[in-house]
Write a protein of this length. Sequence first.
Length: 329
Amino acid sequence: MKTRATKRPTKRDSVLVGVDIGGTKVLAGLVSSRGKVLHSARVPMVARKSARQGLQAVFDALDAVFRNPRAKRARAIGVSVPGWVDSARGVLHSAPNIPCWRDFPLAREIRRRYRLPAGIENDANAGALAEAAWGAGAKFADVFYVTVGTGIGVGIVLRGRLCSGRTGGASEGGHVTIDLHGPRCGCGKRGCIEAFASGTAIARRARELLDKPSARHSKTLSAAGGRIEAVTAEHVASAARQGDRLAKCILNEAADYFAVWLGSVIDMLEPGVIVIGGGMAPLMMSLLPRIRRGLGTWAANPRHGEIPIVRARFGADSALIGAASLTIK
């Protein structure tokens, strides 16, 4: 399996350039050799128009960053994108949230514009790089990073190197099936962990249960203004904190599925640390006691309890900081 090193820069005054591209925004920034964001610029992403218009949004964000005097010390550009990436060729194959690009040579277009080396990586892999280099996994050689939000993404760093596979498409742990009869995932498969424990999955499960007359008294529904179609995972979490039985049941179910999946991860990799990031990280960490109990059943490794499970250090900037770390040589 191809791996990528996560070496730290040796020059304390070096400046790294990172770009985090999502379905609704492009965030570009200058990052210090210690993983601190020094300057950033955010612009809307034009994800559902032409490929050229989407690319121009990236250029607009980078142009704003390069106007900062410190950007003169930058020697390369690292880019984080969701979806299936061929990091070896610098191509984004596909991303559901960025339909304007398919088999798009993103790295080449950025190199042409800025006359600097450019590389791209999946956003979860970038987040893993950030946490392994400067964050919650910095003291560990082997880091398993999972970001839980709308979906579930994974990045794996072993012996200080990112495991990216033959072309860069490895570590798609969110699309590991744990129930062949489970719900259809956005990737097309059935029963992926993303279809059970992501924010999208939690909201879907809540809407299914709230559609029953006996569940209409749930605080989850009142949190969503009485509209079942408006229910989100945040509404479920809020109701659970108020002691709502239905909401707690939904979250416990998600935690149980997460434990099934994580037990297999531990048995396969036995990482030094498990780092949980993403918008749903606070919720998942609140469920950690139940997940730990579940690992007693679903992890065969007798020393699974020795593996720390911690919250990521970097929040919304994780993919940006990780993208910047791609420029370290």
